[in-house]
Design a protein around this ligand. Sequence first.
Ligand code: FES
Length: 121
Amino acid sequence: MTTITVCDTCNFSTDQKLLDGKAGGEILAEHVEALAAKGITVRRQSCLMGCDRHCNIAIQGEGKLSYVLGKFTPDAEAAQAIIDYATAYDASESGQVPYKQWPQGVKGHFVARIPPLKQAD
Ligand code: FES
């Protein structure tokens, strides 16, 4: 199971917090939720502490590498790239998706990679 966490309070753009009363992150979350595929859970979090790089998301799976991505425009195209990447992540053993499988829309958006916690013996 793969979880995408979408910050729902990120700005819409550099000089605009809201569009039609919604934060950019809320708009991105709606797009990602609408496209979520089998095996992908989407949840919202208010602020992932990467506000300057809006819009931000995180991708996590049990026992896998975790990734933080940012600088997304809150639209359907970005959401599709996030879902496509999360689908490839879900299919991978370690969470590491080969570069040639990366959707164009996630390239240049990676902020951090975090190793999984070690399982207790
Ligand atoms: S408001 Fe989205 S990371 Fe802070």
